[in-house]
Design a protein. Structure first.
Length: 284
């Protein structure tokens, strides 16, 4: 699948794509987004992603131009334009910004929200058999403690810095902890632990995590409980894995330098990944 950009339904090559420097998404991070991928050329869980985009927009009080139907159509048209064969796969980042306006924080200055879609070829898959290393990072995200909490906002500075900390320690992902030491999520993923007897747990909505679409499909594909988790729960787990739309299900082999299980992705993680793929291919 080739790279391209759709700006309010107008498809252009990436090098020709521009937005005004006064766009509030650029100036203030006043925007929300979604990321979704295709399987066999068909977007996975398209309706769920569009619905979550609208929920996020509602929390920021951004009006969606034309509503869900227009956003859905623009996504499908962007993928169709980028596809080089009927079953060509890729992924898209869909952004809804409040639009361009004179300088100032007053949201009423902006009159025309904009939908921007970036279509990309799928990156090389993670080393599923090897897994990844993660570190825990205590942080505060941009929307925490605000009416926008739970929205998928484009203000990702906390996650950017957390991932930089992880890379500096030889890890590939950071697990975010709140002020009480509770596990929230990864920088771009949801977190699951597997304990004795194959019990699978993941943080619940009360910690303010982003309710991932992949997370939801995993919870449909396998028996999962929600629970309050801390770093100690990660250290003591038989297995840990993270989930996201593009990476799917990836085993974690070390947390804060502590080896998890046998140091390789475990059998429950592998089974969940297989079940997730079957579910994702059906969620079109």
């Amino acid at each position: 699948m080739r790279r391209l950009v759709s700006i309010d339904g107008r498809v252009v090559a990436p090098e020709a794509a521009t937005i005004p420097v006064y766009d509030r998404g650029f100036l203030y991070g006043d925007a929300v987004f979604e990321t979704l991928r295709t399987y066999d050329g068909v977007p996975c869980a398209l309706e769920a992603h569009v619905a979550r985009l609208l929920r996020s927009a509602g929390r920021l009080r951004i009006a969606v131009p034309g509503g869900a139907d227009v956003v859905r159509t623009q996504i499908l048209e962007a993928f169709a334009a980028a596809r080089e064969s009927a079953t060509d796969d890729g992924y898209a980042r869909i952004m809804l910004t409040r639009g361009a306006a004179p300088l100032g924080l007053d949201m009423d200055l902006a009159k025309a929200p904009s939908v921007i879609i970036l279509v990309e070829p799928l990156p090389p898959p993670p080393a599923y058999d090897v897994g990844i290393r993660v570190v825990t990072v205590a942080t505060l995200r941009a929307a925490d403690g605000t009416p926008a909490a739970g929205a998928k906002v484009t203000s990702y500075l906390a996650s950017i810095l957390a991932l930089a900390d992880a890379k500096a320690q030889g890890a590939q992902e950071a697990v975010l902890l709140d002020a009480r030491g509770r596990v929230i999520e990864g920088t771009t993923s949801n977190v699951f632990v597997v304990s004795a007897g194959g019990r699978i747990r993941t943080p619940g909505e009360e910690v303010g995590l982003l309710l991932g679409i992949t997370r939801a499909l995993v919870m449909e594909a396998a028996p999962v409980e929600t629970a309050m988790l801390t770093a100690e729960d990660l250290y003591a787990a038989d297995e840990v894995f993270v989930t996201s739309s593009v990476r799917e299900v990836v085993g974690v082999v070390a947390v804060d330098g502590r080896t998890i299980g046998g140091g390789t992705p475990g059998p429950v993680t592998r089974r969940v990944h297989e079940a997730y793929r079957a579910k994702a291919r059906a969620a079109k």
